[in-house]
Ligand binder design. Structure first.
Ligand SMILES: [Zn+2]
Length: 257
């Protein structure tokens, strides 16, 4: 099966910028991890995972570069990737780099993968945000990270939010709703729907409003792809598959000419 590769339409005009949101199609994993699982941490065969990563790099045209991932822990820690020989940058839920041929990867199966782009400065970042990271405000912290570390203004940033679980499928209890509302007030209430007395969270919506409040113009915030739980054949979904499943990768980086 062909690998599915979603891109931000507005980012297509610079051929040296490589990015995308990959799904589960293609790849060689079987069973609960079928097919393009890229995580070594979910119980899949490591040799097959390595092959999947190779297949994926080939499909998107990464020939010399490396994909750097991180040990994601649902926190709000961000790190800068300077060592281009790393495969894993350490424990974090966000990474940024100025290096070329270093592609940052974020692994998800329902949480929101975010790709950040400072086009003029040629700096990129990836972020992983589930409800815990969203509660801690990792999206807004990334905007601040760009300003403090690179002098990039929020108005210069573009960000894309990839396939993740939407309010059609993401039922939450009071244990999740209450802290989110305490932290984000109307931003949270406008992202939680009530149906039959149950709350449903729209994670992308909430992160988009947080990014907008942090100063990124609405026209520079893009939503790409469907709900991971709805799109069964195309994406891994941790909730839909009741925890045993693979992870898809989203990535961004600059390729040198
Ligand atoms: Zn859905």
């Amino acid at each position: 099966m062909k690998i599915n590769w979603l891109k931000v339409p507005q980012w297509g005009n610079d051929t040296s910028l490589l990015h995308g949101f990959m799904g589960r199609q293609g790849g060689k994993s079987v069973g609960a991890y079928a097919g393009l699982n890229v995580s070594y941490r979910v119980g899949d065969d490591a040799k097959i995972v390595s092959q999947n990563v190779c297949d994926m790099k080939l499909a998107v045209g990464i020939h010399d570069g490396r994909i750097v991932t991180m040990r994601q822990v649902h926190g709000d820690c961000l790190i800068e990737v300077k060592d281009t020989h790393l495969k894993e940058a350490g424990e974090a839920d966000g990474m940024a780099t100025r290096e070329q041929n270093t592609f940052l990867g974020v692994l998800t199966a329902d949480c929101v993968p975010m790709l950040f782009l400072a086009r003029e400065q040629r700096i990129v970042a990836v972020v992983h945000a589930g409800w815990r990271g969203t509660l801690k405000g990792i999206a807004g912290k990334t905007v601040k990270f760009f300003l403090e570390n690179y002098g990039v203004l929020p108005s210069e940033l573009e960000v894309a939010l990839g396939p993740s679980i939407d309010s059609c499928c993401y039922e939450i209890g009071r244990d999740v709703a209450q802290p989110l509302i305490e932290q984000w007030a109307e931003l949270a209430t406008s992202s939680i729907e009530t149906r039959d007395n149950k709350g449903y969270l729209h994670l992308r919506n909430l992160n988009e409003t947080i990014l907008h409040r942090a100063g990124i113009p609405q026209s520079q915030i893009f939503r790409v792809g469907p709900c991971t739980s709805c799109a069964k054949d195309e994406f891994f979904s941790y909730r839909r598959e009741k925890k045993e499943t693979g992870r898809q990768i989203s990535f961004i980086g600059w390729q040198s000419a």
